[in-house]
Unconditional design. Structure first.
Length: 436
């Protein structure tokens, strides 16, 4: 927990609603303090709290104790959707955890499919033997619906159309939400972005309200005779592009590769094989560009801070921060924990120990979500293909001047979901509560 954290008026309002036992939908654009608020309530709300997120990467962004939804609720990924709730067994560990939880925090709610949300609600009622919403658990639902949407395979479209009325469903389509009322708090104070103009550009991209002026401002950042900083992070929609860039840059450096092998215990398993916070086999050389994959307890760095490897040791790495070129930090092994509420306090179900670094030449848009980057190269030669991708990529930066584009943008590159726009308009029209 950040002892220096001071809540804004909006965050205080959300906190007060939670104290009164009211479920809260907390929404805010990138860089408005959503993750910091989760880390704060995790350690200050009275009662036992479970923190979950739809992916391993998202759960790691909010600190120690967060796990994936699939880990806490003990449900595996399925082929044809989570529609037959009776098919899923309520496991003893999940029943014990849900019985003892007072608050359930769900981060990146925009990425949660409605069928999974309905299943979670059903399991919570079964575990607590109560018929009210989520068995009486108080919810904090956190997200930015302009960011990445739920992953729905093409062959699942017919199922969702039949059950939820749309082939591109969202959390707010969940059947268990019908007739429910949530307290709504919208975060508006910007912490990451350092310019009102840039904030305005990001807001309009998120909403799909672009014009020629915005496109021209962004295209002024196309790489020309003025190359980007050598340490700038390449952000791409394509995993193979990111992996190739990292491998090429590492191999181009002189010297031998040093491998650090992570160690997992218990049930610290990712849903996707590469969703560990740092690679299970971390390969580094002296001189390599890196980014941090956790927040430092002493605020020396945050998740996404860039640096350069100065020296490699057996169990630690000396890193020079990009933002403080005269400062070298010794980075040792970090431990991430999976915690769930138990009858007494919290039980650790698994741990992962590794140097909290990964190569910092390139990342996919998916892996940058939740990170703050010093400078980025947006690799848009092959075009962004999903709603929210361009918005997520650009919003990792603090300023427009720290963004570099590999090709000019076109209005068609800004992809938004009209149903998300309608939902945001509904939120804007509500004073402090919304009925779904």
């Amino acid at each position: 927990m950040n002892k220096h954290f001071k809540m804004t008026e909006e965050q205080e309002r959300a906190y007060a609603e939670l104290l009164m036992g009211r479920s809260v939908l907390l929404v805010g654009a990138a860089g408005t303090g959503k993750s910091e608020f989760i880390r704060h309530v995790r350690f200050t709300l009275p009662g036992r709290i479970a923190v979950v997120a739809p992916t391993g990467m998202a759960s790691m962004n909010v600190g120690t104790g967060a796990v994936t939804i699939h880990s806490l609720f003990q449900v595996p990924p399925v082929k044809d959707g989570y529609f037959d709730f009776d098919h899923f067994t309520l496991r003893k560990r999940t029943e014990r955890a849900l019985k003892n939880v007072d608050y359930l925090v769900i981060d990146e709610i925009s990425m949660v499919r409605p069928d999974l949300f309905d299943l979670m609600e059903s399991l919570a009622r079964r575990a607590r033997k109560r018929d009210d919403f989520f068995g009486g658990i108080c919810l904090l639902l956190v997200g930015d619906f302009h960011q990445l949407p739920p992953i729905v395979r093409r062959e699942e479209g017919e199922f969702f159309l039949t059950r939820y009325g749309s082939e591109n469903p969202h959390f707010f389509d969940a059947k268990c939400l019908r007739g429910q009322t949530l307290s709504v708090v919208q975060l508006t104070k910007m912490f990451r972005q350092q310019s009102v103009e840039f904030w305005d550009i990001l807001t309009k991209i998120g909403e799909g309200k672009i014009d020629r002026g915005i496109i021209e401002k962004l295209n002024s950042r196309v790489i020309g005779s003025d190359p980007p900083p050598k340490e700038a992070l390449v952000v791409t929609p394509y995993r193979e592009s990111a992996e190739r860039k990292n491998r090429e840059e590492l191999e181009a450096l002189p010297g031998a590769i040093h491998c650090y092998v992570g160690k997992k215990t218990g049930t610290f398993e990712a849903i996707n094989g590469d969703d560990l916070p740092s690679p299970e086999v971390l390969e580094l050389k002296e001189g390599a560009s890196i980014i941090f994959t956790c927040n430092a307890t002493g605020n020396e760095w945050v998740n996404g801070t860039g640096g350069k490897v100065i020296r490699l040791h057996k169990d630690s790495v000396d890193v020079m921060l990009r933002s403080q070129q005269n400062r070298i930090l010794s980075v040792g092994v970090h431990e991430w924990s999976h915690l769930i509420p138990d009858s007494k306090e919290y039980a650790t179900t698994g741990t992962y120990r590794q140097i909290p670094l990964r190569l910092g030449y390139a990342l996919t848009v998916h892996k940058t979500q939740g990170k703050t980057c010093d400078s980025i190269v947006v690799q848009n030669d092959r075009r962004f293909f999903a709603c929210g991708q361009l918005y997520v990529a650009l919003s990792r930066a603090r300023t427009l001047e720290s963004i570099y584009l590999t090709a000019p943008l076109r209005p068609s590159d800004v992809k938004v979901d009209s149903r998300v726009v309608e939902f945001h308009e509904k939120l804007a029209g509500s004073s402090s509560k919304i009925s779904l």
